[in-house]
Design a protein around this ligand. Structure first.
Ligand SMILES: Cc1ncc(COP(=O)(O)O)c(C=O)c1O
Length: 469
């Protein structure tokens, strides 16, 4: 064999291992030997070939029991040993229509049987239809879409488009904002630990406190006075990774006005809030604010395929008409991802999932607020909109301990990328009342245990008569 880098023996080993995977994949029931092999190989490869650091952070390996995911359906994950976890995390906002919704799976399989990826030259029907659907769904006069494979790519493209349209190069983002980790998006992301090693990235990206329209005005005014004109303000309508922060009601409308006054575009990053998560199809609808560019990702792929998009109106998109390859990517807009997104949109509307998110969100919120009243030292705050809810604890340590306690009891939640003290409740919008009730009972039990550990009740000391006298 003409492989010069490694021996025939290595080739045989690789063939054996790949063959084993191909044999395991179609199995409905794994043998004990299969399970042990997968368990051992996974842990070893994380240690040696992915990143041993990850093993330190995952609560799925923080107990004696190591959970290796194997299948999912509806509103739950099942691990390789058959333990089933109610999913209150929702893949950080991927699974809005649930896990492997039959309509999304069917669309993807139907497409897969005919064609998997695109020719890169012929016209692609489902990319076109998805773009048309997004034009119909999104607020205002947004008509044109570009498809990539992730949220960070959506943000990257949106920032480039803002530069093209305005001829300006500077951006304003918000403190505690998260927009991804590629170099452009990372400039807008606001966590020092993620940015500092790569500075200066985009040098003219400024951050202002989220929810404070006066601070935004001051920053735009100063930028204008020094001639450092702002191409765009980029914001999440509700901050996700920064801790589920909902702004005051006048914030986004005021920012919209300010952008217009200072000639900056408003990029709304709805990668996490979009596709019904907060009780509206897009969170900006809560405040009747129409952005100039909208970014989508995560749930756009119907919980089955990765896809991201940025969308805008004709007058902004015109800059790409003459040179459509100014921004492109090989896999973006591939037919599998596009049919998954189309099916996902169908399910969201047919099952009225944004409305359901609002209804179930109110229910969860009410349950959590009552827990907060019972455990005021342990639970500092509960906030959010729809099924995008944050529970804040006094410290990262306590937040992690609660998340681990829930995980041990087969309820999956997680902190945010910024900290572990705020836990996120972002279940599939299809979550049932029964599943929520079960998860809330578990939560109550874990709250009780952790509360007793960190805030033990002081037992009043009974003093004797002689002590008193
Ligand atoms: C608001 C927001 N924007 C962008 C991103 C980046 O998306 P991705 O991780 O798909 O690159 C995220 C991811 O969490 C996000 O929450």
């Amino acid at each position: 064999m003409a492989i010069s880098f490694f021996s025939d023996q290595k080739v045989q080993e690789i063939l054996k291992e790949t063959q084993r995977v191909l044999e395991v994949l179609p199995k409905e029931e794994l043998s004990q030997e299969d399970k042990e092999w997968i368990h051992k190989t996974t842990l070893e490869a994380y240690e040696k070939n992915i990143n041993p650091g990850i093993l330190e952070y995952r609560k799925s390996v923080s107990t004696e029991y190591t959970a290796i995911e194997w299948s999912d359906y509806g509103n739950a994950f099942t691990d390789i040993n058959g333990r089933k976890y109610i999913d209150l995390l929702g893949g950080f906002g991927i699974y809005n229509v649930g896990h492997r919704h039959p309509k999304v799976i069917k669309a993807v399989l139907d497409q897969l049987k005919r064609q998997a990826l695109h020719s890169q030259e012929l016209l692609e029907p489902f990319r076109a239809i998805l773009a048309k659907l997004l034009a119909d769904l999104t607020p205002g006069d947004m008509e044109f879409s570009f498809f990539g494979n992730s949220g960070t790519e959506a943000v990257e493209g949106a920032m480039k488009l803002a530069i093209l349209h305005t001829g300006r190069k500077s951006f304003i983002a918000a403190v505690n904002g998260y927009h991804g980790k590629t170099m452009g998006a990372l400039s807008a992301t606001a966590k020092a630990r993620f940015r500092q090693p790569f500075l200066p990235i985009l040098p003219d990206c400024y951050h202002t406190p989220f929810g404070d329209a006066d601070a935004m005005e001051d920053m735009l005014k100063s930028a204008d006075m020094v001639g450092n004109d702002i191409a765009a303000v980029i914001l999440e309508p509700i901050q996700g990774e920064g801790g589920i922060n909902v702004p005051p009601d006048d914030y986004l409308p005021r920012v919209r006005d300010l952008c217009d006054r200072y000639g900056a575009l408003l990029i709304m990053d709805e990668v996490q809030t979009g596709m019904g998560r907060t009780g509206k199809m897009f969170a900006c609808e809560h405040w009747n604010v129409i952005p100039d560019i909208l970014c989508l990702g995560k749930a756009l792929g119907g919980g089955v395929m990765p896809i991201g998009a940025f969308i805008s109106n004709r007058s902004i998109w015109e800059h790409l008409f003459a040179e459509p390859w100014l921004h492109s990517t090989t896999f973006g807009g591939n037919p599998l991802a596009c049919v998954a997104a189309i099916a996902g949109i169908h399910v969201l509307l047919e099952e009225k999932l944004p409305e359901r998110a609002e209804r179930m969100g109110n229910y969860v919120m009410q349950k959590l607020k009552s827990l907060r009243r019972r455990f005021p030292k342990l639970c500092v705050d509960v906030r959010g909109k729809g099924l995008m809810i944050g529970i804040e604890f006094p410290s990262d340590e306590i937040g992690f301990e609660i998340a681990r306690g829930l995980f041990d009891a087969e309820v999956l939640v997680a902190g945010t990328l910024f900290n572990a003290k705020t836990l996120r409740i972002e279940p599939p919008l299809t979550i049932t009342q029964q599943e929520i009730d079960k998860a809330m009972l578990v939560m109550e039990k874990v709250f009780k245990e952790v509360n007793a550990k960190y805030f033990p009740e002081k037992v009043p000391v009974r003093r004797t008569i002689t002590e008193r006298s």
